[in-house]
Design a protein around this ligand. Structure first.
Ligand SMILES: [Zn+2]
Length: 418
């Protein structure tokens, strides 16, 4: 039933299923999302926002551009410029200002924190954003949704005391594992990414040591096997990387947890402690599902296009047996849509019943309406995979499907009403 593994390549499936595409005129590494792909993206974004909201995060929006000075302060300018787009020089009307497409969200969040005075009572302060960032990837490595130049990142920064940092990093790691279980993604391995030789990393051996010890403590406390790898840290601190492997066997980082003493120092971040004195917070950077692009690429490959109902671009195909049931089928579609489900009429003009059912084989639910069902307001549900249910009232079908979708369930139908 499932396509062969090579057919699971997200680039091939993304085009075949009309999820996303690229245009040379828009540019390499700048994919656009078609309506069906946009539905999946919207659903995963909403899922992540809810997960974070329940975990005590507050969401912000910040611009995708910043002045060059901002990245000079953060250290990106001197340690990360190879991955950044060249600055844009604004004209004399802007006093010769230079702005940069941001290579990360951290500096913006540090400024948001700094914009208000903080007491120890507010910490940990968890600031989250699903925001755009840019990476000047070389054209040779670009492909599909996994290596792109415009990235929508699921990011957050927890500003906390030193005593809270390990707990916060540990909670972030748990959130990652929870999200993977909910989304059906598997972590291939955990990596403790440490600095390597060369001038890529900011100075401060004591700071690096303290941050690495903290992350090691977190991995050990969670009982997770991991490998320590030198040369994979961020320029400002070590990190825990959650690695995934795609269908072609390529490994990449999806999620990260980082402990950072550098940026709070650079931005002069403070809070007032219980002692009334000023203290420096620690920044825990974390991304639960990484970039939306890479996450959706993974989901496309994991499910081969047969998405769980809550993610499926089309959830219910309403299939009238013949022209005579079309009006009833239209009413049925309207009821599903009004209830917040994605339903569509697949009418007889699209071919025989068998052909229509085959064409909709990736759709989680097919609601077939024949002459008998049309008379007493019922539908015969066929679940993806071929299972058929006894005809049941439209209201019951709607309630059952809706409950599963709202619960983001992986199962298509529960016998006991949810
Ligand atoms: Zn960050």
């Amino acid at each position: 039933m499932n396509p062969a593994p090579e057919q699971h390549d997200h680039r091939r499936l993304g085009r075949a299923l009309d999820l996303f595409d690229t245009d040379p005129l828009m540019g390499a590494g700048l994919p656009y999302w078609l309506p069906d792909g946009a539905v999946i993206r919207h659903e995963v974004e909403e899922y992540v926002r809810e997960l974070e909201r329940l975990a005590g995060y507050r969401h912000v929006y910040s611009p995708v551009l910043g002045k060059r000075e901002l990245y000079e302060i953060s250290g990106h300018w001197s340690h990360y410029s190879d991955d950044m787009f060249p600055p844009m020089h604004l004209g004399p009307g802007a006093d010769g200002e230079e702005v940069v497409l941001r290579p990360s969200l951290c500096p913006h969040h540090a400024l948001i924190y700094r914009s208000r005075a903080h007491s120890y009572r507010e910490l940990p302060l968890r600031v989250a954003e699903l925001g755009g960032m840019y990476r000047a990837e070389l054209s040779g490595v670009l492909g599909g949704l996994t290596r792109v130049r415009a990235i929508q990142l699921n990011d957050a920064h927890v500003f906390c005391t030193l005593d809270q940092a390990a707990d916060e990093a540990r909670a972030a790691l748990r959130l990652i594992r929870r999200a993977y279980a909910d989304l059906g993604i598997e972590a291939a391995r955990y990596r403790l990414s440490l600095p390597g030789a060369g001038g890529k990393y900011v100075a401060g051996p004591a700071m690096w040591e303290r941050a690495a010890a903290l992350l090691t403590e977190v991995l050990d406390a969670e009982g997770l096997p991991y490998e320590a790898v030198e040369g994979e840290a961020a320029f400002y601190g070590p990190k825990i990387d959650v690695q995934i492997v795609d269908r072609a066997g390529r490994e990449s980082t999806l999620s990260t947890v980082q402990v950072d003493f550098h940026q709070p120092e650079r931005f002069g971040l403070e809070y007032v402690g219980a002692d009334g004195a000023r203290h420096r917070p620690v920044m825990v950077h974390r991304s639960v599902v990484g970039s939306v692009e890479r996450l959706v690429a993974r989901l496309i490959e994991v499910y081969g296009g047969a998405f769980p109902a809550w993610l499926a671009p089309l959830q219910v195909a309403v299939v009238p047996l013949s022209q005579a049931q079309v009006p009833e089928a239209e009413r049925c579609v309207e009821r599903f849509v009004r209830a917040g489900l994605r339903a569509e009429l697949v009418g007889p003009e699209r071919g025989s019943l068998g052909a229509r059912i085959r064409a909709a084989r990736l759709v989680p639910y097919q609601a077939v309406i024949g002459p008998e069902e049309a008379v007493d307001g019922r539908v015969a549900l066929r679940l993806r995979g071929g299972r058929r249910l006894e005809p049941l009232p439209v209201a019951e079908a709607l309630a059952g499907i809706g409950a599963g979708v709202r619960a983001r369930s992986g199962a298509l139908w529960s016998e006991s009403p949810l």
